[in-house]
Design a protein around this ligand. Sequence first.
Ligand SMILES: [Ca+2]
Ligand SMILES: [Ca+2]
Ligand SMILES: [Ca+2]
Length: 265
Amino acid sequence: MKKFTILSTFIFLTTIAFAQTDIVITEIMYNSPESDTDSLEFIELYNKGQGTIDISGYYFTSGIIDTLSNGTSIAAGAYYILCVDSEALYKTFGISAHQWNSGALNNSGEAITIRDANGSIVDSVSFTDKSPWPTEADGDGSSLTLCDPTLDNVDNTNWTASTTTTWITVNGIEVLATIGTGCTGSSSVKNLTHDSQNLTFYPNPVIDHTIYFNVAVDGAIYSIDGKKIISFVNQETIDIKNFETGFYILKPNNGESHKFLITCK
Ligand SMILES: [Ca+2]
Ligand SMILES: [Ca+2]
Ligand SMILES: [Ca+2]
């Protein structure tokens, strides 16, 4: 009987010591190519499991300071982005993300550790800006990326510098990252041509002075720094021949915003 109690206790302790480990840190932008404060730092989490994981109360004990609020979860096969400055991230990439509470990622590298609400370590990566870690991630535009989330992310040989363009240039340097997507797809910016409201617009980049929608749309187009340029009602096409080359945000009155690129000048 005593033996059984000891065994039960051991199983109980073992169970609480190991956290759900299907949440993996898959991408880190620790030194975005800005010369002053890095406003585009982000950390990408991925759920490699078979079901949705509730990450309410998960918190960081190194790297950054943040506790995820109640109701936060990641669906199976989905990504979750945390960033240092959600406004800067949105204005630059058109991507909405959770802004962490405080702290910033050290440009020389450091450990990033996330724990579940019980304090058990969920994942931890200790990276540096020196070889054998990919040095292109140290301010040359690339994020650090773990392309195969099933591999051990403690091992630096499983990480590479991202080579996927975001179509965004910061401080004269092209940003290479897959924010919220895997390595094999196209960049998240290019993927923003569909939304949950079934609106499709094309082409992106816009190359013939016209944006086409699959349905009539009400909305507006904003510059990347948030200034409204035009608004429109019940349109299936928009003439953009007077627009300068660059990125813009298309904001339907009913639906998600999309970033698009105009290259026809
Ligand atoms: Ca920097
Ligand atoms: Ca930094
Ligand atoms: Ca990614």
